[in-house]
Design a protein around this ligand. Structure first.
Ligand code: KIV
Length: 263
């Protein structure tokens, strides 16, 4: 992707072309991923796939700033979404203070916060103060402990109506796009149709305005568990293991380094 998207071009993409979003946590991978992605998400999922924790809750603002900086360095011409971690947007004041830190200490183009109508006042406060916001509705990984697990949303009429209300609330509050996660496909379609801003799905079917995947899932590097919605485009774990096993074998047999690797 050559030209960096803007808030306005992302909003205008609705109805014309699906947005491609992938998570990225460092400069090395963001450089590779940026070639084919419209937007890179520095997701707090890094706490699981990068830091080895069982959920996203313990990710800190300092860690998110560190990783966002790395991703911005690796992909300076790509639109970067920075996840605000658990506990950093519990009220308008802390949300603004922490998002300002993210904006001042990185080149992130927007922040992402989890929640629907309950977070509308916070989204409004951030956007009125110059912080662009990507919403995140449906299954909210930061609520996994209070909800007792990862639960697909939109299974009842009440949940479906709440999701549409959530999407409209954060659109009206000024969000320029949103992620919808773990939602029945027909409900996600209705949500996307109910707002004028792009709705980017993960585990939410095909009838939304774009897709996001966690890069370590799609590259087959994360082996702890594989959600139903993940497609592994390569078996990265096997490729890495085989490469390192070859290296180990060659070192033990004194086949590496050879003349061409030697000064
Ligand atoms: O943290 C993350 O990677 C996310 C995606 C699951 C959308 O929020």
């Amino acid at each position: 992707m050559s030209k960096k998207l803007t808030i306005s071009s992302i909003k205008k993409s609705k109805g014309s072309k699906p947005l491609v979003m992938i998570t990225a946590y460092d400069a090395l991978f963001s450089r590779l991923l940026a070639d084919s992605a419209d937007m890179l998400l520095v997701g707090d999922s890094l706490n699981m796939s990068f830091a080895g924790k069982s959920d996203t809750i313990s990710a800190t603002l300092e860690q998110m700033i560190y990783h966002t900086n790395a991703v911005c360095s690796g992909a300076p011409n790509t639109f970067i979404v920075a996840d605000m971690p658990f506990g950093t947007y519990v009220n308008k004041e802390s949300a603004l203070e922490n998002s300002i830190r993210m904006f001042q200490q990185t080149q992130a183009d927007c922040v992402k916060i989890e929640g629907g109508a309950d977070k509308a006042q916070i989204v409004k406060h951030l956007t009125e103060n110059g912080i662009a916001v990507c919403g995140h509705i449906g299954l909210l990984p930061q609520s996994v402990r209070s909800e007792g697990g990862y639960k697909v949303k939109g299974k009842t009429k009440e949940e479906a109506s709440q999701l549409i209300a959530d999407a409209k609330a954060i659109e009206n509050a000024g969000a320029f796009c949103m992620v919808i996660e773990g939602v029945k496909a027909d409900v996600a379609k209705s949500v996307a149709e109910s707002v004028d801003i792009p709705v980017i799905g993960i585990g939410a079917g095909a009838d939304v305005d774009g897709q996001v995947l966690v890069f370590s899932d799609m590259l087959g590097l994360f082996e702890e568990f594989t959600p139903k919605f993940v497609k592994k485009y390569i078996d990265g774990a096997s490729i890495v293991r085989e490469a390192v096993a070859s290296y180990s074998d060659e070192v033990q047999k004194r086949e590496f380094p050879k003349e061409e690797h030697t000064y």
